[in-house]
Design a protein around this ligand. Structure first.
Ligand code: SF4
Ligand code: SF4
Length: 226
């Protein structure tokens, strides 16, 4: 899932200080699971903003909504009426959801309520760990299911770097060396030969926004065009 954390209240308050009608929108998927931007967090933020305005002797009309996924076109129409009436929108979705709202409501300022941080896993409630940097060319099949892009401080595709400190990374002794972990995992699976596979330099494709069009979608579109 995408993991995010709520922005400091002072930052959100400052960004939205000049607007008297605000729509706060939570997202019911990743950011809800990581307790940063779901329905409850959206309601809490709206209340915090209202209290802050009241303390300044100012009024604030604020509407709070939560959609299932802000990154999915089909859920955004439910916000059209509230967005039309608002002067500004606060989105508690990840960066993708925030941008999708900004695209749908181009006349309204859309402010981020969270900092999108990483793609990760839910170890326990409240404990999230980065696992993937969406490099676009997954090598987990070779590396025993351990991501060298995320886990190695130098994102080395061919490691270790030579600086491994026992089992730790030379950059941070609290961080296990990714390539030590990969060695251990492959050894356990009797696939240690993989460590000698020289991986080609990465053809980084993330300098421009990436798009995936699934074959079924392309076929359907082509069929509609006939
Ligand atoms: S190699 Fe790592 S960063 Fe790339 S897709 Fe796989 S898990 Fe994600
Ligand atoms: S010590 Fe290990 S994790 Fe750290 S940079 Fe070198 S190979 Fe990567």
């Amino acid at each position: 899932m995408i993991v995010a954390e709520r922005k400091p209240f002072s930052e959100i308050n400052e960004m939205t200080a000049s607007y008297g009608k605000i729509l706060t929108v939570g997202c019911g998927t990743c950011v809800a699971v990581c307790l940063a931007g779901g329905e409850k967090e959206a309601e809490l933020l709206s209340k915090e903003l209202q209290i802050a305005r009241k303390q300044k002797g100012e009024g604030l009309e604020i509407v709070t909504r939560c959609v299932e996924r802000q990154c999915d076109q089909e859920f955004l129409a439910a916000l059209d009426k509230d967005a039309a009436e608002a002067e500004a929108i606060i989105s508690l979705a990840c960066g993708a959801g925030i941008q999708f709202l900004a695209e749908r409501f181009p006349d309204k300022p859309v402010f981020p309520g969270v900092n999108t941080t990483f793609i990760g896993v839910n170890r326990e409630i409240g404990w999230y760990e980065e696992k993937c940097r969406s490099c676009g060319n997954c090598v987990l099949g070779i590396t025993g299911g351990i991501c060298p892009v995320t886990m190695c401080s130098k994102s080395l595709f061919n490691g270790p770097c030579g600086g491994t400190n026992q089992t730790s990374c030379e950059i941070n002794s609290n961080q296990p060396c990714a390539w030590h972990m990969i060695h251990e995992r492959l050894s356990r699976q009797n696939r240690l030969g993989n460590i000698k596979v020289v991986m080609e330099p990465m053809d980084w494709r993330n300098q421009v926004p990436r798009t995936i069009v699934q074959p079924g979608y392309a076929e359907r579109k082509a069929g509609l065009g006939k």
